[in-house]
Ligand binder design. Structure first.
Ligand code: 13P
Length: 252
């Protein structure tokens, strides 16, 4: 059944990108129709670029624009923060929450990640909830326990395949050039799928599970062919249109 899930290739630009990056984004937009038979594309630039990118992407069926984080509240005295409603207003269709860099650098807990995911839904958008173990946790053999614990608390009730995407991103694989083996990815994604089905029944069978961490054109085809891998969350390689589109072409 999961074979029918349409892949999503999502680019997380992190703290990269200026107005001058519009040309690179336009190259992605221009190439998106060529990979439309393979995958949906999502580009999550820094918040400063969402409105201009979304304006350019208006009407595109195959490429949408997303955000990298949001505050849990809709408005209020939260200097420097952005609400899901604001990001929706700027043109975002999805928001990444619980990225390991937010968890590590800003101390975000699973409870806060769930509140943010609920905020994303409140604004009518899709939440991309990130989970994944550190090197130390992996070395201790805790990978599945960590993923189970993060999913149990970070995912709100009421998840559906059209409002939730789960991204498995082993922290040790992010930005390092290291990736788990295809066998490892299959075990972990299979485990995540079981948990999603146990909790969300039929919807859990259709929620996309992305792999993230050092995905690049040279390893995309192997990773995307793994059972229960329904796309990728791409960091560094999503900054260049040629690489980002090549990753999408790697989808089965
Ligand atoms: P890299 O693709 O640069 O390893 O980053 C992965 C990531 O953190 C995407 O959210």
């Amino acid at each position: 059944m999961t074979d029918a899930i349409r892949p999503l290739i999502a680019g997380n630009w992190k703290m990269n990108g200026l107005k001058s990056s519009l040309a690179e984004f336009e190259a992605m937009l221009a190439g998106a129709s060529d990979v439309a038979d393979k995958a949906d594309l999502l580009v999550c630039p820094p918040a400063t670029l969402i409105a201009s990118f979304a304006e350019r992407a208006r009407g595109s069926k195959s490429l949408r624009v997303g955000a990298q984080d949001c505050h849990a509240k809709p408005s209020g005295a939260h200097t420097g923060d952005l609400s899901a409603e604001m990001l929706a207003d700027a043109g975002a269709s999805a928001i990444i929450v619980g990225h390991s860099e937010r968890r590590a650098n800003h101390g975000e807990t699973d409870v806060e990640v769930r509140q943010k995911a609920e905020a994303v839904w409140r604004a009518g958008l899709t939440a991309i909830v990130c989970i994944g173990e550190t090197q130390h946790q992996r070395d201790q053999g805790q990978t599945l326990d960590i993923c189970r614990g993060q999913l149990n608390i970070s995912l709100p009730d009421g998840a559906r395949s059209d409002n939730l995407v789960v991204a498995y991103e082993p922290v040790w694989a992010i930005g390092t050039g290291l990736t788990p083996t295809a066998w490892d990815v299959e075990q972990i994604h299979g485990f995540i799928r079981e948990l999603l089905i146990a909790r969300f029944k039929g919807e859990g069978a259709r929620i996309r599970i992305l792999y993230g961490g050092s995905v690049k054109p040279s390893n995309a085809a192997e990773l995307m062919a793994v059972a229960n891998v329904n796309g990728a969350l791409v960091g560094g390689a999503s900054l260049k249109a040629a690489d980002f589109l090549a990753i999408a072409r790697g989808c089965p």
